[in-house]
Design a protein around this ligand. Structure first.
Ligand code: FES
Length: 131
């Protein structure tokens, strides 16, 4: 079985500590189809955490203003639509209409100062630039 590749999505320093950034990527699903895949990367000191950018309440992106993911205190992720808030470390909804739900975690790794997604197949830009 082919090992899953590792994709660098940004440099570790591109995201300041205690900030979150969104990435709109394309994934290859199990049937070989290309699907948009929007993720949130949170950096907290040396730690990085990834979640699908999809609110468990109604499936929308959390950021209604681009890259605005944190609550006013900067300690939780927040959905801009109805204000649900999520623990940074677990993605668990702790307040709002999706209380009891959770964001889907995304596996990340930091390799050579790059933040990488692992365990998925992404559509790579240069592979699709054929026209
Ligand atoms: S869509 Fe996110 S809280 Fe309603």
């Amino acid at each position: 079985m082919k090992p899953n590749p590792i994709y660098a999505i940004c440099n570790f320093k591109d995201i300041p500590s205690r900030q979150a950034m969104g990435f709109h990527l394309m994934i290859v699903d199990d049937d070989g189809n290309h699907q948009p895949w929007s993720i949130i990367v949170v950096r907290w000191g040396k730690k990085v955490l990834g979640y699908a950018n999809k609110c468990p309440h109604s499936g929308v992106n959390l950021d209604w203003e681009r890259n605005e993911f944190l609550d006013p205190y900067g300690i939780r992720l927040m959905c801009g639509k109805h204000g649900s808030t999520f623990e940074l470390g677990t993605g668990r909804c702790v307040e709002g209409p999706c209380l009891g739900g959770a964001l889907t975690p995304i596996a990340l790794a930091v390799l050579d100062d790059d933040i990488c997604v692992v365990g998925v197949h992404l559509v790579e830009d240069d592979a699709s630039a054929n026209n």
